[in-house]
Design a protein around this ligand. Sequence first.
Ligand SMILES: *Cc1c(COP(=O)(O)O)cnc(C)c1O
Length: 385
Amino acid sequence: MVTADARGTVAFIHLGAVAANVKLFLDKLTPGTELMAVVKADAYGHGAVPVAKTALAAGATWLGVAAAEEGRALRSEGIDAPILILGASNSEQVRLAVQDHLDLTVFEPLAWNSICYWASALNETVRVHLKVDTGMGRLGVHPDSVVGEWSQKLSDPRVVFQGLMSHLATSDLDSAYTAQQLEIFLDVIEAVRQHQGSLPPTIHLANSAAALRFPGTHFNLVRVGIGLYGAGPYPKAPRLAPVMQITAPVTMVKRVPPHTAIGYGKTYETTSWSTVATLGIGYADGYRRAFSNRASVLLHGRRCLVAGRVSMDQTTLVVPDDVAVSVGDSVVLLGSDGDDQITADDWAQWADTISYEIFTGISGRIPRRYIENVDKGKKSGPMEL
Ligand SMILES: *Cc1c(COP(=O)(O)O)cnc(C)c1O
């Protein structure tokens, strides 16, 4: 099989940048607040195991995954930190979670029944986090059902009521709505305190944006995803260290006359004598078709426009006349080269989406190469190779 590896297209994952980002968040947290590294979806495409190990070594104390299988993959690598499954679990997944000592999020009665069933069957106590819908409108129990209906269920000896949590819908945008969600969450916390005389040990609400913007949402744990990977959780966020860098070698160079059509649909036509270079990366790799005639890349530190349609496996560039280019030259599609930098947020803008979708869309065809932070002394330089 011809892989992207054979084409030389690579995603370098700078683990030192993950560690730097964890430390930046820890510096900004209210003392006593812990950090959950959210490594769902294979750490947003960066590789769950190396990212999880790096984040834990840098001071994170929890891991967050989407499903039991993701948690199991971490446990099988010897990771014994607490792991919370953030999403829904069917009965089979609850069984896996109980066996692997993964914490479960609970928000509806059917899953609750399988938690009790598997706790009995496997003779284990299961740690659960009750999720309250304070305004996200997705997973979560109604705030009014926490005391009474759910506190009753959670007093079952087969479970440990470990956490009370909610999720913010607009922490990157709308602070008034965030304040409203926080207020509802605080009311729930107070009601539980009065009803039980104590609180579950872990109270958590904040994602990356809230962790940086709203200290009032910290409680004793924040759940950080996108910020770990160095993309901005909200416009004008503090500078984080980009983790992923994608490069591809030039596979062909040609000099073409004016009025030469480039690529499918003839969407680009040269206006003068031009140098056209081809790269072995395309939309099957996650280099989006929406980038056609919009994106730019860095060749020897200089911007080159993506000219014509991005195709499945290939992309074409127009190279400025004063830039020398040869087959085999390395082009930076994501990351820095010289003084210039292309970020996941740039990609997101070109494709009219968010960095989360960009990262998770980098396909498995692009091999990930892990770079440890060998050089601790010098100006951190996560993008220096
Ligand atoms: C994915 C996720 C997060 C992380 O959000 P970021 O915006 O990436 O920091 C936090 N909490 C829950 C419940 C999630 O599903």
